[in-house]
Design a protein around this ligand. Structure first.
Ligand code: C5P
Length: 305
């Protein structure tokens, strides 16, 4: 069973206070984009607990292939709930950057849940997969759902948001990743030092939801915001130049994607996105850059059809 699963960019990320459980309360407006990983699961011939993971792709350094791979954990979580032996071979074709702030690991976990549900003919519905997904990580439920949605709590309590048409994006990939817990910790540190302030309120920006609902790219570009951006820039100051280069090249909006270090740029059209991508590549402010559209569908079975 092969499942295709999208990356995400956060078009608004409001980070509230640190909770007792080590997570932050969020208002997280997720937007799925057309950079896809593909996860294939096959019944393994080894023993009942034989679970192997193979990763393919251009930049896959740092992805664990052992038991702590998030897709492998997803297989074990679902197998445990269904009382099935997790004997499985998992192949992940990665296009989503690793530790890039685009929820690639979460996407692979979501894809593994959908693929195993099919392979084992478990008949679970999307709603049934949401709880194990949330157990695996705050961003996993959204990778199942796709589209555009606001996530409350840790980001796992989702409500879809209406979107008109498509938006055109360019993503600038950095060399090396950033650790999500380290970026949240830096956000806390900057707030404790008084350099940054916590948000006045935890709510979706009205101009942002209006821009999404009406397909107004210019208004969306102006409304993009990410409370983790100062922390990501503090840990990776070179990203400032990447963002400035995209803005100077005419992006409607520019921001760090999630905890970074990928930078996202909103374009007026597909042609404008191509042009922006070329300019970012020529300026050598990123390892590489790619165009994508959003919203994209969530984890989808692509074979067998
Ligand atoms: O849920 P997930 O495992 O993806 O979270 C990774 C880390 O990101 C957490 O351990 C925590 O440090 C941070 N995080 C947070 N608040 C959230 C989501 C994640 O502090 N709402």
């Amino acid at each position: 069973m092969t499942v295709r699963v999208p990356a995400k960019v956060n078009v608004q990320l409001v980070v509230g206070p640190l909770r007792d459980d080590g997570f932050h309360d969020l208002v997280n407006v997720f937007h799925a984009v057309s950079l896809f990983d593909e996860v294939t699961v096959t019944g393994a011939t080894g023993g009942p607990d034989h679970l192997e993971v193979r990763i393919e792709g251009a930049s896959v350094q740092g992805v664990p292939t052992g038991a702590d791979n998030l897709a492998a954990r997803a297989v074990r979580t679902l197998a445990g709930r269904l009382g099935i032996a997790p004997a499985m071979s998992v192949r992940i074709r990665k296009a989503i950057p690793v530790a890039g702030g685009m929820a690639g690991g979460s996407a692979d976990a979501a894809a593994a849940l959908v693929a195993c549900n099919e392979l084992w003919q478990a008949g679970l519905r999307l709603e049934d997969l949401m709880e194990p997904a949330a157990e695996l990580g705050s961003d996993v439920p959204f990778a199942l759902l796709g589209g555009t949605a606001v996530g409350l709590g840790r980001g796992e309590r989702l409500s879809p948001l209406p979107v008109e048409g498509s938006f055109h994006w360019v993503f600038a990939f950095a060399d090396g990743g950033l650790s999500t817990p380290a970026v949240y910790a830096e956000c806390d540190r900057l707030r404790a030092a008084g350099t940054e302030r916590p948000p006045a309120e935890l709510k979706v920006c009205a101009a942002l939801s209006e821009a999404l609902a009406t397909g107004d790219a210019k208004a969306l570009g102006a409304a993009l915001s990410n409370d983790l951006q100062p922390a990501a820039l503090s840990l990776r100051p070179a990203l400032r130049r990447t963002l400035d280069t995209g803005r100077d090249a005419g992006a409607l909006g520019a921001l760090v994607s999630g905890s970074g270090p990928t930078c996202a740029f909103l374009a007026e059209s597909a042609g404008h996105a191509d042009d922006l991508r070329r300019r970012l590549a020529a300026a050598k402010v990123a390892r590489s850059a790619a165009v994508a559209y959003g919203p994209a569908p969530g984890a989808t079975l692509i074979s067998p059809p």
